[in-house]
Ligand binder design. Structure first.
Ligand code: 13P
Length: 250
């Protein structure tokens, strides 16, 4: 994969003032960045961020999207609404939504399908819990999560997704798997996608997420099959986010 992708997931953080400062800081440091960049922000700030990112080349994304096209779904946000704000990406199936909002593999797959049909690039998150890791179930869990998504996609659609491997136990904890472990899981996921569409070998980017920061990003980003990062905490500080972007540009 030629060009890496670094995505910030702001989660439920930010304010008008904080976002403005963060994006100004990122924009001021873009010289020397030679990778694709995106920020996925809370829904209320899409308009602000769309405006602030105009002409920068940094893509905008949402942190979730509805599985439905339109209608009586109080509190949900549709693909078409996201396109009104020039969103390119929507994170789908983040472990925090799987856990706190009871999102099933099937719902996640439906959201991926809807995002693609609407012209968004879904960033599909998968990853095992600590309990599953300790039980030796990492490969089984990740395979089940990916295969459920693949089962609803047309062959041609496989190349239109981004995948993020985020072990739940590494999110926000400061703990990370070794780069070799991540590389192996990514290779497994790529193999599953290649079975459905051989072009996935070159065309699907697989990101790593979970406590990625400037001090450890390089060891992940230099591995084969790790095509970028999905960054939580370190995406809230312009200098940290930029440092990761510089490392991804090497
Ligand atoms: P942290 O980088 O804060 O561990 O979060 C990772 C994440 O969940 C990104 O989606």
């Amino acid at each position: 994969m030629a060009r890496k992708l670094i995505v910030g997931n702001w989660k439920m953080n930010g304010s008008l003032a904080m976002n403005a400062e963060l994006l100004e800081g990122i924009k001021a440091g873009l010289a020397g960045v030679d990778c694709d960049l995106a920020v996925c922000v809370p829904f209320p700030y899409l308009a602000q961020c769309q405006h602030a990112l105009e002409g920068t080349g940094i893509a905008l994304g949402a942190e979730d999207v509805s599985a439905h096209a339109v209608g009586a779904y109080t509190g949900q946000v549709s693909t078409r609404m996201l396109l009104d704000f020039d969103c390119k990406y929507a994170i789908v199936g983040h472990s925090e939504r799987r856990e706190y909002c009871n999102e099933s593999d099937e719902l996640v797959a439906n959201k991926v399908q809807r995002a693609l049909a609407g012209g968004l690039t879904p960033i599909v998150c998968v990853g095992e819990s600590l309990k599953e890791k300790d039980a030796g179930l990492t490969e089984a869990v990740v395979s089940r999560q990916i295969n459920t998504v693949l089962s609803v996609l047309e062959e041609r659609e496989v190349c239109d997704i981004v995948v993020a491997y985020e072990p739940v136990w590494a999110i926000g904890t400061g703990k990370t798997p070794t780069p070799e472990m991540v590389k192996d899981v990514h290779a497994l996921m790529r193999e599953l996608m290649i079975r459905k569409n051989p072009d996935a070998a070159e065309r699907v980017r697989i990101l790593y997420g979970g406590s990625m920061k400037p001090s450890n990003a390089e060891e992940f980003l230099k591995m084969r099959d790790i095509d970028g990062g999905l960054i939580g905490g370190a995406a809230l500080k312009a200098s940290d986010f930029l440092k990761i972007a510089y490392l991804a540009s090497k």
